[in-house]
Design a protein around this ligand. Structure first.
Ligand code: OVV
Length: 400
């Protein structure tokens, strides 16, 4: 770690690269370096501030007026660089626009709408686990992680079945684009135009089923709150954020249970632990590893005076294992209290789809806990190399 003697405005300068292959494959020792170097550091390679500390991540998430999202939530500053796609109306906006748009999507995701999904999700989860049990082995990435949200989440939104596979490369584009313009970004964007065009078309009113959640966004168009194009762009948020995140969570979930047999036995003994288990999974192997904010003014944070228009990386994965916050943070324990984890973010931008994500993962974990006695990894898994998401590329497994 060269350059640790230098500081910028009092922030230690680090040559740590959160987008390097070594870091992505095993971030945990690097998270410790990041946290131990200080509350706030400066990443020389990317010209951005960063924090891996729980308290500072919370402080930033809870002050959206100073640490805004309108400058983008990846490394790029939208005030200086053209975003790769028209910005999200939710993720990449600030109040008051954000508040208005968030109300529109929250209304579509009402408790009543979610209750209506439960039995369908359960039925599909039981059937999927039943099919996987028939197979000698399967790829938990494609056959479970991706297959389940591509079916139940896309059905819930009301997306037509043909071409849904496009949602996987689209998620890859959206989340890789939050990192630098590196080889991972270039690879994700290879077929980008066709994929983005398919997704944009799927978001149009005429292509949404009349009984899904997507079409409910157009109620706000009928009420004169959004234009037709804005309605489609809000639907695009469902498709950007709702598949890849859950897909990675599900594959990681079965991996964690396969590699922590005591936790698997605890879940089998008490399937009601499915919901708390998901929270612990979000803490322990946060699928969404990093988020950036942009300073709207000169601000003092942790004794450092940060100028306006600077990017700050929040390592959610590191905050969720910060020993200043969690006891025995590197232990996967589905019975611990996970209150306050930042796996879904926090504050005004906290994950709006978290209740759907919880329902999906709960149903899969319950189906596993009640139908399966053993979960095994049966080959060499390949981790996903990705700028923002943590998960697997390939994960051969067997259920008995
Ligand atoms: C939380 C999230 C991730 C990616 C994309 C979006 C949201 C969006 O709103 O497009």
């Amino acid at each position: 770690m060269a350059g640790m003697d230098a500081t910028i405005s009092g922030a230690p300068v680090m040559d740590l690269d959160p987008f390097s292959e070594e870091y992505i494959l095993n971030p945990y020792p690097y998270h410790a370096q990041l946290r131990d170097a200080g509350q706030l550091v400066f990443l020389e390679k990317w010209n951005a501030y960063a924090t891996g500390r729980y308290a500072e991540v919370r402080a930033i998430l809870e002050d959206p007026a100073t640490f805004c999202s309108g400058g983008g939530v990846g490394l790029a500053n939208f005030h200086k660089e053209k975003p790769w796609r028209p910005p999200s109306m939710l993720l990449e906006t600030d109040p008051p626009e954000h508040t208005r748009n968030r109300a529109v999507i929250s209304r579509a995701l009402s408790p009543a709408a979610l209750r209506a999904l439960r039995s369908k999700f359960e039925e599909e989860a039981v059937a999927l686990v039943g099919r996987l049990l028939q197979q000698d082995s399967f790829d938990a990435v494609k056959d479970l992680g991706e297959a389940f949200p591509l079916k139940v989440f896309a059905d819930a939104i009301g997306i037509r079945p043909e071409g849904r596979q496009n949602l996987i490369p689209y998620g890859d584009m959206v989340f890789n684009a939050m990192g630098p313009r590196n080889a991972l970004y270039a690879k994700a964007m290879e077929n980008g135009e066709d994929v983005a065009n398919w997704v944009w078309d799927a978001c149009q009113r005429r292509n949404l089923s009349p009984d899904g959640l997507g079409i409910r966004i157009f109620d706000a168009v009928d009420d004169g709150i959004l234009t037709d194009e804005e309605g489609a762009k809000v639907v695009r948020s469902f498709l950007s954020a709702g598949i890849d995140t859950t897909a990675n969570s599900l594959a990681t979930a079965v991996y964690c249970f396969a590699t922590h047999p005591d936790q698997w036995q605890a879940l089998r003994a008490k399937p009601d632990l499915a919901r708390p288990a998901f929270e612990e999974l979000l803490r322990f192997e946060s699928p969404f590893q990093t988020f950036f904010r942009t300073t709207t003014r000169e601000v003092e944070l942790a004794g450092v005076t940060i100028p306006a228009e600077e990017k700050i990386m929040m390592s959610l994965g590191s905050a969720n294992r910060d020993p200043r916050q969690w006891s025995d943070p590197d232990r996967f324990d589905i019975t611990r209290s996970t209150i306050g984890h930042v796996g879904f973010g926090m504050g005004i931008h906290g994950c709006v789809g978290q209740m759907i994500a919880r329902l999906e993962v709960e149903m899969i974990l319950r189906a596993l806990a009640t139908q399966v006695s053993s979960i095994e990894v049966v080959g060499e898994p390949r981790q996903r190399l990705h700028n923002t998401l943590r998960g697997f590329e390939y994960l051969p497994m067997r259920l008995r």
